[in-house]
Design a binder for this molecule. Sequence first.
Ligand code: ZN
Length: 178
Amino acid sequence: MRFRRKIFERKILAARIIVASAGYRRKGFIAKQVLKISQSDYDALRQHGEETYPHECCGVLLGNFVDENAKTVSRIARCANTREDSPHNRYHIDPKELIRIQREGRERGEDIVGFYHSHPDHPARWSTTDLAEAHWFGCSYVITSVEKGKAMISNSFALVGLEERDKEFMDEPLQISI
Ligand SMILES: [Zn+2]
C-alpha cells in the first residue's frame, strides 16, 4: 500500500513537472529541473562504467525529492547488469535486488530518485529502448558515455508524463557539489 502511494506521489510529481515544463516552453524558458549529486557519487558512477567496459554498468540513485524541480542524491547503489544476451548495449537490474535496495534506502529515510547506466562507445543520450524500459515517473536517468574504457560525458534525463503512453525524457542539469 505504501509502495503504491509512493508510485502515485511520483506520478503527481512527474505530472507537475510536465505542466511546469509546458509553461516554461510557452514563455520561451527551459524548465529548471536539477539533479544534485556529490562529486564522490558522481565520480563513483562514472568509474563503475569504466570498470564494466565494454559492458554497460547500472545502478540506483538514492536520495530525496526536494520539490518538483530538484532531487538530491545521497548515495548510489551499484547493481549487476543481468542482461547476458546483450550487455554491451542493454542493461537490466534484477527486481529482487531493486526491492532490497529500496527497502534498505527506506530504513535510512532515502527514496529511489533515479537510475544510472553507461553507454560503451556510444553518446550519453537516451535510446528508444531506454525510454521504453523507463517506468519510474519523476525519477532521473543518468547516462555516461564510456569511450575506449574512459568515462566521457554524463547527462541526466528526468522521466516525465502521466502514463506510459505520454512519457518522455527531459534534459536535466547535473549539479555537482563537493
Ligand atoms: Zn541506454
